[in-house]
Design a protein around this ligand. Structure first.
Ligand code: UDP
Ligand code: MG
Length: 320
């Protein structure tokens, strides 16, 4: 039997959220049900090590619109999102976190803008970053400032909480990269966009799944996949060094001919250290791009699905 496609697909990536996943999904499903009878809730379990999957299996009996997908291991939120995006069949697709830090109360407004005003991408933008540690706020400011300059996309305050029309989702699916940066990719797509601002509420249960290292990794990935300016900077600094060396070289030569050359041990050491560090950093930058190319050419699947569980009315059936 062919099932009719849902009007709305809601994608929620979760990792170790057993403590409150049931409540979050009830709230999200309740909000969606008030908007349309035809929706699906796609929850991607990103290889959780707690009881999240058991909770989802149980919930599939209670929430008929639920489709739960379990990835074979923890692939990271970016790839969990990809898994959801590839399954979603709705005329509009909403992506949101599973910890209620993306307020479901915004959904009716998003759907209204899409249905009535014809916007194709509605993005929720963080007005203030809630009660995040100061370090994370400063880090985010530095990162988005850099990304803005390097890539030309204004992503300050961007979140992964979005509504996208099916045609935007189709376009997104045509982007083949293995290493993804969801916010950047959706900005690259264009289409008729609208932003809504929201204040990030405090996480009620559990802790943020990100730490300094995973955030830095995400930042480097984002910059490498959205800009080649760091590579050009390497050449630019190289040229500046060359000009400096010519000036210094002529100066040294003249002093030598005049017989006034000094035995500049300190200068030599400093120059060596400076040039050595610059070379290392340059190699590192080039290395990041080579690593990115390497990941792409390997052409491995982005993620692996271990199993699926669906509620009675879900669009994706467990057997598929
Ligand atoms: N998440 C995920 N895989 C991961 C880390 C996080 O699917 O490896 C999910 C997590 O369960 C949550 C969302 O991504 O639904 C946002 O994560 P979190 O709340 O930890 O991030 P923050 O709100 O601190 O940015
Ligand atoms: Mg959160």
């Amino acid at each position: 039997m062919k099932r009719s496609l849902p009007e709305l697909s809601i994608i929620v990536p979760v990792y170790n959220e057993a403590a409150h996943i049931a409540r979050s999904l009830q709230v999200i499903a309740g909000t969606a049900a008030a908007i349309t009878p035809s929706f699906e809730l796609i929850v991607v379990d990103d290889g959780s090590r707690d009881q999240t999957w058991e909770q989802l299996e149980k919930l599939a009996g209670e929430l008929p619109q639920l489709s739960a997908i379990r990835l074979s291991r923890n692939f990271g939120k970016e790839l969990a999102l990809c898994a959801g995006m590839e399954q979603a069949a709705g005329a509009a697709v909403i992506v949101m976190d599973g910890d209620l830090q993306h307020p479901p109360a915004l959904i009716p407004q998003m759907v209204h803008l899409w249905r009535e005003e014809g916007y194709e991408v509605i993005e929720a933008v963080k007005e203030n970053r809630g009660e995040e540690p100061a370090g994370k706020k400063i880090g985010a400011a530095v990162f988005y400032g850099m990304l803005n300059h390097l890539s030309g996309y204004r992503l300050q305050g961007a979140s992964d909480f979005k509504l996208m029309d099916a045609k935007v989702v189709d376009a997104w699916r045509k982007m083949p990269e293995r290493v993804t940066f969801f916010r950047g990719m959706t900005a690259w797509l264009g289409y008729k966009r609208k932003t809504l601002s929201f204040t990030v509420p405090v996480r009620e249960e559990g802790v943020s799944r990100w730490n300094l290292l995973t955030l830095i990794k995400l930042a480097v990935q984002a910059i490498v996949s959205f800009s080649t300016i760091p590579l050009r900077l390497v050449s630019l600094v190289g040229i500046l060094f060359l000009i400096g060396s010519i000036v210094l070289g002529i100066n040294t030569l003249v002093q030598k001919l005049q017989g006034t050359a000094v035995t500049g041990f300190t200068t030599v050491i400093l120059l060596l250290l400076l040039i050595g560090s610059f070379l290392m950093i340059s190699l590192g930058i080039i290395g990041e791009y080579i690593a990115a190319i390497y990941h792409e050419v390997k052409g491995r699947p982005r993620y692996l699905i271990a199993e699926k569980r669906s509620g009675a009315e879900a669009h994706i059936r467990s057997e598929t």
